[in-house]
Design a protein around this ligand. Structure first.
Ligand code: NAI
Length: 210
């Protein structure tokens, strides 16, 4: 999988969409699909699809198209979904609780192990059997338990502090919902979900007239 290092971010960003559409095709018992048909379903051009998938090896066959389950499994592997991940949510407010209540991540092998918060009123409460623990216990917890992904759902002024504790204790993936650009070393991967940025993109598009 060395090749992956040279794959552009644009291609990586398209992979989850391939994964989603291919799993729908599998559910509908579709065995094979041409790049043209896939293009009509997924909305990328056929040549874009061929180019994207060629980055990872020789998937399609001339005149046959793609074997859906084979392609799905390859994309799963490329997305790192052949292994499982342990996650923690920091900040059990509106967003943290919504994410904790979402059950689909588990189906992908992303398991929420524990939640942390600073508010004494929340500590001890369980969301779907997952306990909200005191943030003061975060370092100790991470020393005793492996966590792959830390999900930051605290106010922006506390996000970097929380991020630093996660990184210091070996967490290599940060999924950040706070509207702040976190500082992290290169070996730590940060994926931001800046909801306001996304919404403002929409307001801009709505006003992109003539
Ligand atoms: P919230 O105020 O409902 O929840 C934040 C939680 O973090 C609270 O339970 C609080 O006790 C906890 N907390 C604060 N400092 C902490 C610390 N140092 N350690 C552990 N826990 C701590 O906030 P909400 O709405 O869930 O938002 C979370 C983040 O997402 C914020 O950064 C916010 O700006 C961002 N966001 C939220 C949106 C929304 O629709 N709720 C929209 C866009 C961004």
């Amino acid at each position: 999988m060395d090749k992956k290092k040279n794959i552009s971010m644009a291609v990586i960003k398209r992979l989850p969409k391939y994964h989603r559409y291919l799993s729908d095709l599998m559910r509908n018992d579709v065995d094979r699909i041409s790049s043209k048909e896939l293009s009509e379903t997924i909305g990328f051009t056929a040549s874009q699809i061929r180019q994207d998938l060629n980055c990872f090896g020789d998937f399609g066959q001339q005149g046959y198209g793609y074997n859906v389950s084979e392609l799905y499994n390859q994309i799963r592997n490329i997305l790192g979904l052949s292994k499982t991940y342990k996650m923690t949510i920091i900040g059990a407010g509106n967003i943290g609780q919504a994410l904790a209540n979402y059950t689909r991540f588990e189906k992908l092998g992303l398991e929420l192990k524990v939640i942390f918060d600073i508010n004494p009123k929340l500590i001890g409460i369980k969301i779907r059997d997952i306990e909200i623990k005191d943030i003061d216990y975060l370092s100790d917890y991470l020393k005793e338990n492996t966590i792959d992904i830390g999900i930051i759902c605290v106010p922006d002024n506390n996000a970097q502090k929380v991020c630093d504790v996660l990184i210091k204790n070996g967490v290599k993936g940060i999924w950040n919902f706070a509207p702040v650009d976190l500082v992290a070393p290169e070996n730590v991967k940060v994926e931001n979900v800046h909801l306001s940025d996304s919404l403002l993109t929409l307001t801009c598009l709505l006003n992109d007239i003539e």
